[in-house]
Design a protein around this ligand. Structure first.
Ligand code: TNX
Length: 484
């Protein structure tokens, strides 16, 4: 099972078997839709009727109990008489259902009816996460991904108890979210992508569907509007945002660090006020990510005045600020989350310390560990390697609590695995880079430190292979894992 639960005990002599007469019960309306979606999934591969009823069933979902386990915690018991999943909230029950699916045989994930038997060795589990922020990032600007592709991505990552989807929505190569007050951002700024092919952008209805679907999987969307660098698509659409008033060409290459909003112009902040307002309106979560990375052509003094002004515009919308670790050089509003993407470099580490000194908390995305766009090894046909090669072991075998010298464990909100898509133009390629590394990052975010052990994790990871086969996931059959 991945992530490994906080505590699990076997119930010797007990076996649960899902049989054709089984039902799914929900004790209250809060978990009814979770029960209905579970039933729909199990019907496909079992062929059973699996009626959903109010009250107890063969599998019972309940929010009556487990109060001490927090919003995401749950208790699960599987014995000869049935399965019960209890959380203090519907979210906790949902996390428990992801565990149930992994307890069932891999063929449960097949699209068509399979033979079974559908057995679970008797067990009790009491589970709750180590960290509250367990994210994945998808870059939809270097290459655009459709709503349906993002939904499949959400469904796959939700199985590992990921609870944040950071969408990198704007960059030099494309602006991908509708802003009605600045329509050329998507009309023109979203028209291309890396390599020069057609890009795309989400309408407000599209984005609402992504937010809704993520919410159904208890995942909160964190929208990123990257500023003041990584803004060529915006500058090409609205030359008034550039320092010299001249629009650059649209850009379809993969260089970074060459563009900047005009940080000295009032128009820039009017623009950002509009953008953050419309983006905040489209988000259900409490975070808006303002980027802040690699602003190499923004004079540093200007950057230091830009960041607090942009951050205030996010706060004005009632949202908390998130940003890449460079923003920590500037004063930050209360409640800011700083996303660390350094490797072992002292400059990045110093910024992380500076972030914490001013009261910010950290989400850890160390590029040499958590970057899903880094090649696994020299032979990986996709991806980049500026942060080194990131094998499955390298991505798993580190401790968030002690990663950055001088940062106390209490300052860590969690972990996030970013996927940049310069080299990834379809979902099969995305899946190849995400699986099997993402489950390891998810486990670092969820499981207690005592459960983390590379050798034992390897064996558990091997067990995910047949699930991905059943789901048609294009995972990388890394030689580090004994998939047989
Ligand atoms: C650096 S990491 C970037 C991105 C690139 C990525 C490629 C970060 C905050 N910025 O613009 O896509 O490297 O790995």
């Amino acid at each position: 099972m991945i992530p490994h639960p906080a505590t699990q005990q076997p119930l010797p002599d007990e076996t649960f078997t899902l049989t054709p007469d089984a039902s799914i019960g929900s004790t209250d309306s809060a978990v009814r839709t979770i029960a209905e979606r579970l039933a729909a999934q199990l019907r496909r591969s079992t062929g059973f009727g699996l009626p959903v009823r109010t009250g107890a069933g063969t599998i019972t979902l309940s929010t009556d109990g487990a109060d001490s386990l927090g919003t995401e915690g749950y208790e699960l018991r599987a014995d000869s008489s049935g399965v019960t999943i209890t959380g203090a909230t519907a979210e906790g029950v949902f996390r428990g259902v992801t565990t149930l699916r992994q307890l069932l045989p891999a063929q449960i994930e097949a699209a068509g009816v399979q033979d079974g038997p559908w057995e679970i060795a008797g067990t009790t589990i009491s589970d709750a996460p180590r960290y509250g922020y367990r994210g994945v990032m998808l870059d939809v600007t270097r290459h655009f991904f459709t709503v349906d592709q993002v939904k499949r991505f959400i469904e796959l990552v939700s199985r590992y108890k990921i609870n944040r989807l950071h969408l990198h929505l704007t960059d030099d190569q494309g602006w991908r979210i509708q802003v009605d007050s600045w329509p050329r951002l998507t009309e023109y700024g979203g028209s291309l992508q890396v390599g020069g092919g057609a890009g795309g952008a989400y309408t407000k209805a599209d984005f609402a569907e992504i937010v809704r679907y993520a919410g159904e999987h208890y995942i909160t969307v964190v929208p990123e509007i990257d500023t003041p660098g990584h803004t060529n698509a915006a500058l090409a659409s609205y030359p008034e945002l550039t320092a010299d008033g001249v629009a650059p060409e649209l850009y379809t290459g993969t260089k970074v660090g060459f563009s900047s909003l005009a940080s000295g112009k009032e128009r820039t902040y009017e623009f950002l006020a509009d953008v953050f307002r419309e983006v905040a309106e489209q988000t259900s979560g409490d975070l808006v990510h303002l980027g802040g990375d690699e602003a190499h052509v923004t004079p540093h003094e200007d950057y230091l005045t830009f960041v607090p002004k942009a951050a205030q515009l996010v706060v004005d919308q009632g949202k908390r600020v998130m940003g890449w670790h460079e923003i920590a050089d500037a004063p930050l509003p209360a409640g800011t989350i700083v996303q660390y993407w350094g490797t072992e470099d002292e400059k990045a580490q110093a910024l992380a310390v500076k972030a914490v000194e001013q009261g910010a908390t950290l989400v850890l995305s160390p590029a040499n560990r958590a970057y899903l766009d880094m090649k696994y090894d020299e032979d990986t046909p996709l991806g980049l390697q500026w942060a080194g090669l990131v094998s499955v072991e390298q991505s798993y075998d580190w401790n968030p609590a002690t990663l950055i010298p001088g940062v106390p464990a209490t300052a860590i909100d969690g972990v996030e695995a970013p996927l940049w898509t310069e080299t990834l133009d379809d979902l099969a390629k995305v899946e190849y880079m995400v699986f099997p590394r993402l489950p390891g990052i998810a486990e670092l975010g969820w499981s207690p430190e005592s459960a983390l052990d590379w050798k034992r994790y390897r064996d558990r990871l091997a067990g995910q292979g047949p699930r991905w086969e059943a789901l048609g996931v294009n995972y990388h059959r890394s030689a580090e894992i004994d998939w047989a």
